[in-house]
Design a protein around this ligand. Structure first.
Ligand SMILES: C[S@@+](CC[C@H](N)C(=O)[O-])C[C@H]1O[C@@H](n2cnc3c(N)ncnc32)[C@H](O)[C@@H]1O
Length: 217
C-alpha cells in the first residue's frame, strides 16, 4: 500500500534504492530490450537529434539520472551539460560516467524546483521525469524560465493504456510506493503552450507514451 509520505520524498526514495537497477536498463541494447523498452532508446535519440541541431548548445538535463543520456548529448556536441537530480546515487553514477568530459559537465544534487540554477540553456531535457511529478505545471514553468530564446525542450510522458496502465499502477504505486502520473496529447499541448512555449510537437511513438519537442520563441 502507498505510504503517507509526500510524493517527491517517495520518488526520491525509489531512485535512491534503485539507481543501479535503473542504470542497468541501458546496459543491454540488444533486440529483446529494444522491443521491451522502445521508449528508452527513442527518447535518447530525440535528445541527441535535438542537441545535434544546435551549434555547441548548452544543455540542462532535469532528472538526469545516471548520465546515460548526458553521455550521448555530450558526444553529440553539447558545450555545457548541467545535470540535476535529487537522488544522490544517481548523481554518483553520472559523475563516474561523465568524468571524461571534464569541465563541460556540472552535476547538482537537489530538487529541480528548489535548487538555485544559473544561466540559460539551448536545450532542456526532461526524459523519464514527468512520470513522477504531481505538479508538472511548476516544472514546465521553471524549465521555460531556464530555456534560452530559440531554445528547445524535449520531454517524455507516459499515457494511460488499458494494458500497461493498471500494471504500472500496481507495480509502482502499490508495490513500489512510488506515485506515477499519465498525460494526454491535448493536456500536454495546453500545458506547454499555456506556459509560453511555441511550436509544441507531440509525437506518439508507442501506445504507452508521448515524446514532446517545443521551442521558446
Ligand atoms: C526514470 S529516471 C530518468 C533518468 C534519465 N533522465 C534517463 O532518461 O535516463 C527519473 C529521474 O528523475 C529524478 N527526479 C524525479 N523528480 C525529481 C525532482 N523533483 N528533482 C530532481 N530530480 C528528480 C529521479 O531521481 C530519477 O533519477
Amino acid at each position: 500500500m502507498p505510504s503517507s509520505a509526500p510524493a517527491p520524498q517517495r520518488v526520491r526514495n525509489r531512485f535512491r534504492t534503485k539507481a543501479r537497477q535503473f542504470d542497468d536498463l541501458y546496459e543491454d541494447e540488444g533486440l529483446v530490450v529494444r522491443l521491451l523498452r522502445p521508449g528508452l532508446f527513442r527518447r535518447r535519440q530525440l535528445a541527441v537529434d535535438t542537441v545535434g541541431s544546435y551549434e555547441a548548445p548548452r544543455v540542462l538535463d532535469v532528472g538526469c539520472g545516471s548520465g546515460r543520456i548526458g553521455e550521448f548529448v555530450l558526444d553529440a556536441g553539447a558545450s555545457r551539460y548541467l545535470g540535476v537530480d535529487f537522488a544522490e546515487p544517481m548523481i554518483e553514477l553520472a559523475r563516474e560516467r561523465l568524468e571524461r568530459f571534464g569541465e563541460r559537465v556540472e552535476l547538482i544534487t537537489g530538487d529541480f524546483l528548489a535548487v538555485p540554477l544559473e544561466g540559460s540553456f539551448d536545450v532542456v531535457l526532461a526524459l523519464g521525469l514527468f512520470d513522477y511529478l504531481p505538479n508538472a505545471d511548476d516544472f514546465v514553468r521553471r524549465m521555460f524560465e531556464l530555456c534560452a530564446p530559440g531554445g528547445s525542450i524535449v520531454g517524455s510522458f507516459p499515457a494511460w493504456s488499458p494494458i500497461k496502465g493498471p500494471a504500472r499502477k500496481v507495480r509502482y504505486e502499490w508495490i513500489g510506493d512510488c506515485p506515477i502520473f499519465n498525460y494526454t496529447r491535448d493536456g500536454l499541448v495546453r500545458m506547454f503552450s499555456g506556459t509560453g512555449f511555441d511550436r509544441v510537437e507531440v509525437l506518439s511513438p508507442g501506445r504507452s507514451g508521448f515524446l514532446l519537442h517545443a521551442r521558446r520563441a
